[in-house]
Design a protein around this ligand. Structure first.
Ligand code: UD1
Length: 423
């Protein structure tokens, strides 16, 4: 497929309603979890995104029959045909490693390509391995593959705390295997992210017995079988947060619907603190930024703290608010790649270690920019919405991994944004 880019003409106010799709980071592990069952499973509110198609490709390779239409995915895996996740699929998406937990859980063996690093810095998987080993899996790494096997999985008390606190991925992967272990597993400190809760809730609807999801201790009572189910994925809190920032950066008023405002509390509190008016309703919120905004400070943290996946968008916003703002990124190294691109649009940003210091300017100006990762791409598009003149964002395949119909949604709110093929 040809490389594509966005062309954005800045300056339009936004108005109207935007509907949020299902969560990518919940959908990926839930699709991987579905192969634990030999019964038919229907999953609703699945976002139609590149990463989801990659996960579908992977579970099909393992033996699942899948159909995916209008955000509804059905998956049926009467038999696992292969226990291997090949490099060619895993290299497209790190989250492929979720089949490690499911395959070990169902088949007691798995061979999964190592995901490798990614643009936002080293992404170790030691805690995933620790979780699975604690349950009794024998794991060795050879020729770029993780080989795992066991004769039986046994429930245990597992500590998967890492140097940066909790791990979303390791909590989920351990949970996926533990649901098929004999006896009781206790995971501490468990990640409390809404996506972890959604995976646990899904597993409970296919007959698993998980308690404590959303708290630092998850307790799993292992079962021998999983059943079929129908389940609906939670709304994507990062997509909702990104549209909230789109309204804030353009000093506009919009309504964000089909979302879960409770999952966005830290983000909405910060927006309120800088002067944005927010009205929260049932599965929706109205955001009104037609006013003067104040600078602020963010320190990212695991849920319910401020999400690392939202800091790039706020960097663009802070760049437009007079005064000094700061962002401290404590979870991933090297996650300020949007800064240099924003600076090419006139933003004043200094990076000192894990902290970005942003000096707001009166006006950003349009420029040719390049996306480096998913959330960095979103931040460049947001900056383009207010910049004077035209902004071009290249390499938007990063953005397409995580936002469904992003430009269509922005256009329906009144933005001037088009997708073009690179020539
Ligand atoms: C998930 C999200 C990602 C989000 C992140 C943090 C998906 C597909 N991705 O990523 O969008 O930014 O949570 O909310 O859901 N770590 C280790 N060893 C491990 C695993 C992680 O040291 O084995 C470290 C990581 O390098 C990082 C921290 O723990 O510093 C948190 O990472 P983790 O919560 O695991 O993030 P992901 O699950 O990869």
């Amino acid at each position: 497929m040809a490389m594509q880019r966005f062309k954005i003409k800045g300056g339009n106010k936004l108005k109207g309603l935007v509907r949020i799709t299902g969560s990518k980071n919940a959908a990926l592990p839930i699709i991987a979890a579905s192969i634990l069952s030999d019964q038919k499973i229907t999953i609703e509110n699945v976002p139609a995104l590149m990463d989801v198609y990659t996960m579908v490709e992977l579970v099909k390779y393992l033996g699942a029959k899948v159909s995916f239409n209008n955000n509804v995915l059905t998956i049926h895996t009467p038999k696992i045909k292969k226990c291997k996740a090949p490099y060619d699929i895993v290299r497209k998406m790190r989250a492929s490693y979720y089949v490690l937990g499911s395959l070990i859980g169902r088949e007691k063996k798995a061979k999964v390509s190592l995901p490798g690093g990614c643009a936002i810095g080293p992404r170790p998987i030691d805690l995933h391995i620790k979780g699975l080993e604690s349950l009794g899996a024998k794991i060795d790494i050879a020729d770029g593959y993780i080989n795992a096997s066991t004769t039986r999985l046994t429930g245990r008390d597992i500590n998967i705390g890492g140097p940066k606190g909790t791990s979303v991925g390791a909590t989920i992967n351990t949970m996926l295997a533990a649901v098929r272990a004999q006896g009781i597993t206790k995971i501490t400190p468990a990640a409390c992210e809404p996506e972890v809760v959604d995976v646990a809730d899904f597993l409970n609807t296919i007959g698993c017995d998980i308690k404590g999801q959303g708290t630092p201790t998850i307790t799993i009572n292992g079962q021998e079988r999983c059943s079929g189910a129908r389940y609906s994925i939670i709304p994507d809190r990062i997509e909702a947060g990104t549209f909230a920032v789109a309204a804030a950066i353009t000093r506009s008023k919009i309504t964000v619907i089909d979302c879960q405002p409770a999952h966005l509390q830290s983000v909405l509190e910060l927006l309120a603190a800088i002067g944005v008016k927010i009205k929260v309703g049932q599965k929706r919120f109205i955001i009104d930024a037609r006013c003067r905004l104040k600078p602020s400070h963010i320190c990212v943290a695991p849920y319910p703290g401020f999400p690392t996946d939202m800091q790039a968008q706020f960097m663009a916003l802070f760049a437009t608010i007079p005064g000094t703002s700061m962002i401290k990124e404590t979870i991933f190294e090297n996650r300020f790649m949007q800064a240099v691109e924003l600076m090419r649009m006139g933003a004043k940003i200094a990076i000192q270690g894990d902290t970005a210091i942003i000096e707001g300017v009166k006006k950003l100006s349009g420029a040719a920019t390049m996306a480096s990762d998913l959330r960095a791409s979103a931040s460049l598009v947001l900056a383009g919405l207010v910049a004077k003149g035209t902004t071009v964002v290249r390499r938007i395949y990063h953005l397409d991994r995580g936002y469904e119909k992003f430009e269509n949604k922005l256009r329906s709110l009144g933005a001037q944004i088009t997708r073009q093929n690179e020539n």
